[in-house]
Design a protein around this ligand. Structure first.
Ligand code: ADP
Ligand code: MG
Length: 299
């Protein structure tokens, strides 16, 4: 006979108290586990630790579910269904190492993902975010224009600083499609505020169709461009997806039958290496990568 059956009054009282203590999992499981403990002659300490472990595991599960919801990742994009063979210059091992989080997020290092449209920048970024959330990190995936609009609104309401502070809870913010921002000065200056506020504290992952060379159009003030790019690249890993559009390749394969070798860009038609794309000379850590080796700026 279980403890709950033996003493229904006590059972009801326990449930009330556990509810008040906000221990819903123990509340749900204690009667069953207590019965099992009685039947199998568990030591009391074993019952206690089983209950506490269940509560903690369930809390962690709910926490990750909450963080997954707030991250607003692209549905269905994971590292498991990212075809690394389609992007031969991207190191799978490097991406997987970064997907574990750790030091780079603690130090607020950045990731820059460049490549033409359709080459998997959003997929890769969202998948990386998904892996990080599963490891317990907090991530926000957003189109750059959307976040910039929100920050602009906050500034008009004189609450830009609190809005930026609120974003601090995210270890990583993915700014998808940086290059699609309009040239509006006000827009780019809130973006600059965001980049400055997070510099060396919290990470950004930026995707863009064009590397820094084209960013003088993004930040109309050249000094601001230099300062923003400086902060972004200072501690950054660069992933260049200079291949043909995955969508277009898939469409071509369907048209011509399977087995047609994909046309990959080579380093020869890569616009430039990490060193050459920086806006001025006295930087960067991105240049840690040996010449010609992309996507390896940071261990
Ligand atoms: P981008 O952001 O560079 O424009 P997307 O990430 O939106 O490209 O990719 C376009 C489509 O192709 C998406 O459906 C994406 O899942 C798919 N895709 C792109 N690259 C890959 C890849 N290497 N493996 C699997 N799917 C890919
Ligand atoms: Mg995209």
């Amino acid at each position: 006979m279980s403890a709950a059956q033996r003493d229904p009054v006590d059972a009801a009282k326990h449930n009330l108290l556990l509810g008040e203590l906000r221990l819903p999992t123990i509340r749900q499981l204690w009667a069953g586990l207590a019965a099992q403990a009685d039947a199998e002659g568990w030591p009391a300490a074993r019952l206690l630790s089983a209950l506490v472990e269940h509560e903690l595991a369930e809390r962690e599960r709910r926490r990750i579910a909450r963080h997954l919801a707030e991250a607003r990742l692209l549905p269905g994009k994971s590292l498991d269904n990212f075809d690394f063979a389609a992007v031969p210059k991207l190191s799978k091992a490097h991406v997987h190492a970064m997907a574990g989080g750790g030091e780079w997020l603690e130090q607020g290092a950045n990731v820059l993902v460049f490549g033409p449209p359709g080459t998997g920048k959003s997929h890769l970024s969202s998948a990386l975010g998904f892996a990080l959330v599963e490891q317990g990190w907090r991530v926000l995936f957003t189109r750059t224009t959307e976040l910039v609009q929100k920050l602009q609104l906050a500034r008009r309401e004189l609450s830009l600083e609190p809005a930026l502070n609120k974003l601090d809870k995210y270890h990583l913010i993915v700014l998808d499609d940086l290059a699609y921002l309009s040239k509006d000065q006000a827009e780019t200056s809130v973006l600059f505020e965001l980049i400055s506020a997070r510099y060396e504290r919290r990470s950004l992952l930026v995707t863009a169709n064009q590397p820094f060379g084209a960013w003088d159009k993004l930040f109309p003030d050249p000094a601001m461009t230099v300062a923003a790019v400086d902060r972004l690249v200072h501690h950054a890993t660069l992933f260049e997806l200079n291949v043909e559009s995955y969508r277009r390749r898939q469409a071509m394969e369907q048209k011509h039958g399977r087995g047609r070798p994909a046309t990959y860009a080579t380093s020869a038609n890569t616009p430039s290496g990490a060193n050459a794309v920086t806006p001025h000379d006295n930087q960067t850590d991105t240049a840690d990568a040996p010449p010609g080796e992309h996507g390896a700026a940071q261990p």
